[in-house]
Each structure stands twice: as structure tokens, then as C-alpha cells.
Ligand binder design. Sequence first.
Ligand SMILES: [Zn+2]
Ligand SMILES: [Zn+2]
Length: 258
Amino acid sequence: MHTPLCRHAVGEPTELAAQAVRLGFSEIGFSDHNPMSRDDWDDWRMFRADLDTYVAKVEQARRDHPNLIIRLALEVDYIPGQEAWIRELAARHPWDYLIGAVHYVSDSWDLDNPTRISEWKKRDPFEVWTAYFDRLTMAVESGLFEIIAHADLCKKFCYYPKDDCTPLFAKFISAAKKHDVAMELNTAGLRKDCKEIYPSPQLVGMAAAAGVPITFASDAHAPGEVGANFTEAIALARSAGYTEWCRFTGRKREMVKL
Ligand SMILES: [Zn+2]
Ligand SMILES: [Zn+2]
């Protein structure tokens, strides 16, 4: 879940935690968008100087809601060349998990950014999806992350390739299995043009067959989105054959019966 520090979310951590308690959750996690090495990278993440404030706000939510387990995490943009910066961030606070996310298919194009949608019209969707899944596979292989975010974010605006993407998915899934990285079932996709959980039933089925563990994410950017559509996410996991999901404490994984 996100916080106002990333400049495109509403609701303080303690408010999102209060909503989770109302909904009956026993455990939640905050994973706001990481600061980049340069604050002028883009305008949809926390500033470098806000990282300590972010941690303090999550700690405040823990104090306000002592019966709720609250995990401290980050959603970290994987961009080739930024590995040293990501390691530096990883060492700064006692994170429960780091979610590796690909939004950028080049240093300058974040393919899910609504203000950059015109870029899609200049490109062949298959080329973009190929670049996206290549980076996602690199993120898995980097060893920097416990979980991979919204594994087919490239479908957000419905620029679907005509070509068969199964080989791209297969490469990513086998890397996730090999490097022991989990994949989230992220319900934010249902709130976007694609109207489908990230990732698709095909990808979730391939992940289940390969034995890639899963987590559940609402990717809430507002209190009203906490736990959104978890019934559908659990149904998707079950229909793919999952009987377990996983949680993380201090970057260590634990399997939980579904
Ligand atoms: Zn966001
Ligand atoms: Zn994201």
C-alpha cells in the first residue's frame, strides 16, 4: 500500500491501517514507491529526504494499531544501472520485504504513466512487452527483491500484442522459480482500463505450475482501496491451483495455507 509521500496517494498509514482493522485484516504492508538516486527522476515517488519520515509514519501506524501486524516495505523501481542505489536503500531500514517493480522500459519512459500514453502509439506493443518482460526477468535475477510487482503492468492501457507472449512469460516465470522470488496478485489492474488482476490468469497458471509463491496486494493508493477485490484474487489463486501464499518478516519468507 502507498502513502501521500509518493505524491499520488491519499490517506496516512494510520488511516489505511484503521481501514484494514475495520475490514478484519490481521496483517498489512506498506510498500510506497522508493526514492530514486535523483529527486528529479519523475514526480510520482517520495523524495530522498522523506524516507525516514515514511518509516516513522509506518511506525506510528504500528503504535496506533497494536493488534494489527504492519509490515515495512518498499516498492522499488528496477532500472538497470541503479543496483548500487537499491542496495543502499535496502541497508537503510529494517525492511520486511522489497517489491521489485518495472514501470520504466527505458530510462525515460514509464509505460503505466497516463501522461505518457502517447508513447504507446509510437511503438509496436510486442516490442514494448518484450522490453518489459526482459526487465522483469532481470529484476528477478538481480537478487534484490523478495516479490515482483504487478507482473503484466504493460497491459494497463490495453495495448495488447498480436504475437504470442507465452515465451516471454515462460522466461520470467522460470527465472522467478530459479531465484526463489514470489509474485504478487495485484488487484489494482481491476481498477484500470485492462479491468483484470495483475497478472493474467495465464501467467498465474504458469506460475502455479512452476511453483512460484504468491502474495496478495490491493496496491491501495487510498483508504477505500485497502483489501479491494481480495475475493477475486483468492479465487484466481485457487483456480490456478495454489494452496498456499506467503508472507515476509525481516526479508524471510514463511508459507501460509490458503
Ligand atoms: Zn503508485
Ligand atoms: Zn507499481
